[in-house]
Design a binder for this molecule. Structure first.
Ligand code: HEM
Length: 401
């Protein structure tokens, strides 16, 4: 049973789903929880819902791999299926195993390695061309969000005319439980864009994922219907593009608030890989992942018994700052070197987009450092990453020269 006694301000004040905990406050609150144990009780949904927060690297690595007691499909049936539709993510393990490979061919390491090595850079350069001659811009609105969605749209075969709305629509879909109206409206807009593309690709195939899906892919005898393709587009917008965009925004925020690290990335491009790894540890865009225990089974993790049917948070950001694993964990240190990150969720559901995400980050950092080496936060810019489940930087006003 849970016996920890938490400081009252921790249990009473914070909604561990929906509060924002900007900047350094997030890590401070996680360390306050950690003082009470590896797995601690917190509350979410305005205090209505008790949740077990897994904080330690050791306990989280075990929990991610324990699909028996923390079935991922079950969690996604609750948090994602009502808003995204049925995808391989919300399927139970047998069907998940059959559906995931044919739905993610463009994102596998081999496919990402085979991608035209200039394609990602070309997408990034086209956006940076628009910034030439300007002094101050919002790097999130003008670059990171558009870049992430352009890459996904390029792979799927979707148009980018409405790209400036794609991030917000995806967030509205993902947090549909908070605002059903907004979620439905976002769904209608995305459907209206995607459906004509299905028709067009049926008439004439192109070298994109939608063409491959509409031209006869079936999985274990189940046809991939338009409804299923639409659900997977919603999945790649939400799980794929918003996460990449937030990681990229957090990366530039981290580097520009640590100007020595930025300078090092500009002067020694070989240090850029370390900066990306450190960002993925220090401020991961998927900060916590909801799971639920089975309705009929309790589970014991790190000496704590979690009852059946309990809400659990897999604390990725917390584990990435576990002082047992990472020395001086709150320091952003791009020379830290390799370590076992839980950022992409090890185990049954390891992120299928992790190679693409890392290639996106390294391309974006390389070309921005080459073209705008004097990049810095605009005077007076007071922006910080925020969010407890998904963590991003909503705006990043920068001076380009
Ligand atoms: C830095 C960027 C990214 C991060 C930090 C990230 C992180 C994660 C995490 C933590 C999971 C959950 C694993 C679990 O439930 O055990 C996940 C799953 C997933 N991610 Fe990513 N992701 C990123 C980018 C992407 C991209 C670029 C794509 C696709 C293009 C993608 C597609 C998915 C999908 C489809 C799943 C569900 C996997 C399954 O259920 O089998 N992600 N990701």
């Amino acid at each position: 049973m849970l016996t920890q006694r938490l400081p009252d301000h921790v249990t009473a004040m914070i909604d561990w789903y929906y509060d924002t905990l900007p900047g350094a406050r997030f890590a401070a609150e996680l360390h306050a929880l950690r003082a009470a144990g590896e797995i601690v009780p917190v509350r979410a949904l305005g205090g209505e819902m008790p949740v077990h927060y897994i904080l330690s690297h050791r306990a989280l690595a075990d929990a991610f791999r324990d699909g028996e007691h923390f079935p991922p499909g079950h969690a996604y049936q609750i948090i994602s299926l009502p808003f995204i539709g049925e995808t391989f993510m919300s399927m139970n393990e047998d069907r998940h195993r059959q559906w995931r490979p044919p739905m993610t061919p463009s994102f596998k390491r081999s496919a990402v390695d085979r991608m035209d090595q200039h394609r990602l850079a070309a997408i990034g350069h086209a956006l940076l061309d628009e910034l030439e001659g300007l002094d101050t811009v919002d790097l999130v609105a003008e670059f990171t969000r558009r870049y992430a969605f352009r890459v996904i749209c390029d792979q799927l075969g979707l148009p980018i005319e409405d790209e400036r709305h794609y991030y917000q629509w995806s967030m509205d879909l993902m947090f549909g439980g908070r605002d059903l109206e907004a979620s439905r409206a976002a769904d209608q807009r995305i459907t209206a864009i995607a459906q004509p593309v299905f028709e067009a690709r049926r008439r004439e195939a192109r070298d994109d994922q939608i063409s491959r899906w509409v031209h006869g892919t079936s999985v274990a005898g189940e046809e991939i219907t338009d409804a299923s393709i639409l659900a997977h587009i919603r999945l790649f917008f939400t799980a794929g593009a918003t996460t990449t965009s937030d990681a990229m925004s957090n990366l530039f925020h981290a580097l520009l608030t640590h100007p020595d690290a930025w300078r090092q990335c500009v002067e020694e491009p070989a240090s850029q890989a370390g900066a990306i790894q450190e960002l993925l540890r220090w401020n991961p865009p998927v900060a916590a992942q909801p799971r639920f225990t089975r309705p009929d089974r309790e589970v014991s993790v790190a000496g704590v018994t979690i009852p059946p049917n309990s809400a659990v948070l897999f604390g990725i950001a917390a584990a990435n700052r576990d002082p047992e694993v990472f020395g001086d964990p709150d320091r952003f240190d791009i020379g830290r070197g390799s370590a076992t990150l839980l950022t992409f969720g090890p185990g049954l559901r390891t992120c299928p987009g992790m190679h693409l995400a890392q290639k996106n980050l390294s391309t974006a950092l390389r070309i921005v450092a080459e073209r705008f080496p004097r990049l810095r936060l605009a005077p007076g810019a007071a922006v910080e990453p925020e969010g407890i489940l998904l963590r991003g930087t909503n705006a990043l006003p920068v001076s380009l020269r």
